[in-house]
Write a new protein. Structure first.
Length: 299
């Protein structure tokens, strides 16, 4: 006997099930494709943001040092120092203090002949705090008018008084002679133990895996290094190119100036690119920053 199945209770045929499975497969495939695209975009964008941040850090650091190049350095010494063959990718700078720690003497101190210490009043309690935060480093006394040093020795800070705004300095060698003076507006500049005079700051691009002055750039990226008196630090990674153009006193630009004393500003162009997500995005993404930085201590 044949039993009929009511129309409302019939199941799906095999063909119908296969059609539904195929349609669901297409939908899931499309959703997964969109998911992968967004995932790749998110990863790439995250690295692009990191590249942009590195470019800003690099530009801020170079801008600060270039502006201070030539600070309290004799006018006969170029703010842009020599010693590099290619001035378009490396920039060496000269300044009295690579740390950027200075203090103006607010009153001419009393000096006793035959002693090796002097107490100087500086402009503010905050200045005393800055020197205390960098204690242990030698200092120089420099005359701003010509960048000369009235006392041919370094000094160490042996005492300080924030309330009185004073720093007590001790000569590294010799004693004061009769007639020695320290003038109001002379500057105290912090240098480093064994550091050259003037201090040297240099920026350079280092290839992946290369070691320069004790630091090694990681693989798969190029690094910007800042070398202070022979000791290097990595400032930023993911840098692909670095270029300096030098603006001269007649407003012309050169990449390799023959007369460094005529340099008045530097055009900095720095480019960064992604590395780890290059395969996801079909190639590296690049970003670039350009800025003209005036050397404040050269007219």
């Amino acid at each position: 006997m044949t039993t009929s199945i009511p129309r409302g209770k019939r199941g799906f045929t095999l063909i119908e099930i296969l059609i539904v499975i195929a349609i669901m497969g297409l939908i899931l495939g499309a959703v997964y494709s969109v998911y992968l695209t967004h995932q790749k975009s998110a990863y790439t964008q995250e690295e692009v943001v990191e590249v942009q941040q590195n470019l800003r850090i690099a530009m801020d650091s170079m801008t600060k040092d270039i502006r201070m190049a030539g600070m309290l350095v004799p006018s006969t010494t170029p703010a842009i120092a020599g010693g590099f063959a290619n001035y378009s990718t490396v920039i060496p700078l000269s300044m009295a203090s690579a740390r950027g720690v200075y203090a103006r003497i607010d009153a001419s101190p009393a000096i006793t002949a035959g002693t090796d210490t002097v107490t100087c009043t500086v402009e503010s309690p905050e200045t005393v705090d800055v020197f205390n935060a960098n204690s242990g480093n030698p200092v120089l006394i420099i005359r701003p008018v010509d960048g000369s040093q009235p006392h041919a020795t370094t000094f160490s800070i042996t005492a300080s008084d924030r309330t009185a705004k004073t720093l007590t300095l001790q000569r590294a060698s010799g004693t004061f002679a009769a007639g020695d003076v320290i003038k109001r507006s002379d500057m105290i500049a912090m240098t480093g133990t064994g550091a050259p005079d003037p201090n040297s700051v240099a920026y350079a691009l280092v290839d992946a895996g290369t070691t320069v002055n004790g630091v090694t750039c990681p693989q798969n990226q190029r690094c910007l290094t800042r070398t202070v008196n022979g000791t290097a630090d990595i400032i930023a990674g993911y840098i692909s190119s670095l270029k300096f153009n030098y603006v001269l006193e007649d407003y012309s630009e050169e990449t390799n100036p023959s007369d460094l004393s005529k340099v008045r500003a530097v055009r900095v162009t720095i480019t960064g690119q992604t590395a780890s997500t290059a395969l996801l995005s079909g190639g590296p993404k690049t970003r670039q920053l350009t800025s003209i930085v005036k050397i404040r201590n050269r007219r």
